[in-house]
Design a protein around this ligand. Structure first.
Ligand SMILES: Nc1ncnc2c1ncn2[C@@H]1O[C@H](COP(=O)(O)OP(=O)(O)OP(=O)(O)O)[C@@H](O)[C@H]1O
Ligand SMILES: [Mg+2]
Length: 301
């Protein structure tokens, strides 16, 4: 007989000395990102709208933190504030102890939409930030080549973005973001536009890259499996207004493999996230007040 599924992922942490030891070790690392009582209100002609009521959390060096939450809970607003592209109406964001006041090369960004310059080749796209940062051309070129090799696209360095698949474009975007040696990589649903197979491949590439370099990753996603597969910890946000529901330590052992999708800790954490994101009491409110506009003549639904 198979053992019953344990829905409490903390139970795995308590049961598994390896997982508990890993989190104890992670706690020795220095904190690099502090989000402290962050609040964001948007003003519009219809009055003000509280997008984020209060969010506080900390991220340690080389941690992989996923942010999960329903549409409209303020995930993109949060990451834009971390990137310095928008400003909070309350609270503070500190990177390495310094308050974020605008964009900076200590943060790399990768968005869902393809953001490469279409008129530049792969190599020129990756070199762009390096040259803006003052690197001489030959040095920028050799460094760009190394990053392109890291994402496995050396053969395509002279291609233009329109000659690449969606997954390849996002690999170039990752190389470009990493080329400036950011302290933290901020990713807003970077694989959201990819088909399921390419997405799985990109998750695996990202895990391999993250293991090889000294970078911390904050990764926004809608996808529960993606969050459990990638994250050390998962920040679950609630909507209306945006707030922290839970910050969960992922008990699935590292390094991750696709086989773990069927494992009990994976499924337990997934079930917990599902219950947080889709609480049963909401289902009734989710119903639209529809009236049938056409007479179909059969009653199969
Ligand atoms: N520039 C803006 N002006 C006014 N309201 C905004 C602005 N940007 C975001 N909002 C509002 O803030 C809330 C959070 O938006 P945000 O884009 O951060 O959500 P999200 O969690 O990223 O959603 P999704 O999962 O759909 O991408 C929403 O209610 C949105 O309408
Ligand atoms: Mg968003």
């Amino acid at each position: 007989m198979t053992a019953p599924l344990i829905i409490d992922p903390d139970a795995y942490r308590r049961q598994s000395p390896e997982v508990a030891a890993r989190f104890e070790k992670l706690k020795q690392r220095p904190i690099i990102l502090e989000v402290d009582k962050l609040r964001k209100e948007f003003d519009s002609a219809h009055g003000s709208h509280v997008a984020i009521e209060e969010i506080s959390f900390q991220v340690r060096r080389r941690e992989f933190v996923c942010v999960l939450g329903p549409s409209g809970c303020g995930k993109s607003t949060l990451i834009r504030i971390l990137a310095g592209l928008d400003f909070p109406t309350g609270g503070d964001v500190r990177l390495d102890g310094k308050t974020v006041r605008g964009p900076g090369s200590d943060r790399g960004m990768v968005f869902q939409g393809y953001t490469l310059f279409p008129w530049l080749t792969v190599k020129q796209n990756v070199m762009f930030g390096l040259k803006v940062g003052g690197k001489p051309g030959h040095l920028a070129e050799s460094e760009a080549r190394e990053w392109i090799a890291l994402v496995g696209l050396s053969k395509f360095e002279n291609h233009y973005p329109h000659q690449l698949s969606g997954g390849m474009k996002q690999r170039v975007a990752i190389a470009r973001a990493l080329a400036n040696n950011p302290r933290i990589l901020l990713m807003d649903e970077p694989f959201g536009a990819l088909d399921a197979q390419t997405r799985a491949q990109m998750q695996s590439y990202l895990m391999q890259i993250w293991r090889q370099i000294d970078v911390t990753i904050l990764f926004i996603t809608h996808d529960l499996d993606e969050a459990v597969y990638l994250a050390d910890r998962i920040l679950v946000l609630g909507a209306n207004p945006g707030r922290v529901m839970e910050l969960i330590e992922n008990p699935v052992p590292q390094p991750r493999t696709p086989e773990q999708f069927q494992s009990e800790p994976f499924q337990a954490l997934r079930a917990r996230l599902d219950a947080l994101i889709h609480p049963p009491s909401l289902h009734k409110e989710d119903k639209l007040p529809l009236t049938r506009m056409t007479v179909v003549g059969d009653d199969v639904i």
